[in-house]
Design a protein around this ligand. Structure first.
Ligand code: HEC
Length: 124
């Protein structure tokens, strides 16, 4: 009896890792690869103007985390920037890479309410 349950446990342990990458890959193909998007966002310098957390800065570029732009508008901003942002052509960022960056930006979590951080409370 003990042997049987050990064999079952071993079989489950062997199968589990095989299942996980498949679901991760599925998520990546349907929604863009968040991890790759994060790496690109840093590697090609988006963070220099938009901040490491996509939070934006007054003088360099607006917030892009949790962007509400539709994907095609986002792509259009990369290819034909509205104003001062440098253009990123397909040779530099493919549509697929851009979709990964988009997915990365979309899922950046909302920062905590400043009032919930004791150090940031003024006058208390
Ligand atoms: C040199 C600074 C700079 C760099 C680098 C840069 N941006 Fe921008 N970005 C801007 C500025 C400034 C704007 C405001 C509109 C404009 O100037 O085109 C902007 C606007 C945007 C917007 C539109 C935001 C909105 O809600 O209207 C998106 C999305 C965006 N950038 C994404 C990116 C991504 C992704 C990258 C990297 C591939 C990137 N930017 C690199 C400066 C920059």
């Amino acid at each position: 009896m003990k042997h049987v349950s050990l064999i079952i446990a071993a079989a489950i342990a062997a199968i589990l890792p095989a299942i996980k990458p498949a679901t991760a890959q599925q998520a990546a193909s349907s929604a863009g690869n968040v991890e790759h998007g994060n790496a690109l966002y840093r590697a090609i310098g988006c963070y220099q103007c938009h901040g490491l957390a996509g939070q934006g800065a007054l003088m360099t570029g607006p917030r892009v985390s949790r962007t509400e732009l539709p994907l095609d508008t986002f792509l259009n901003q990369l290819r034909h920037p509205a104003n001062q942002m440098p253009p990123y052509e397909t040779a530099v960022v493919s549509d697929r890479d851009a979709a990964d960056i988009y997915s990365y930006l979309k899922q950046i979590p909302t920062p905590p309410d400043p009032n919930s951080i004791p150090l940031l409370k003024v006058g208390r």
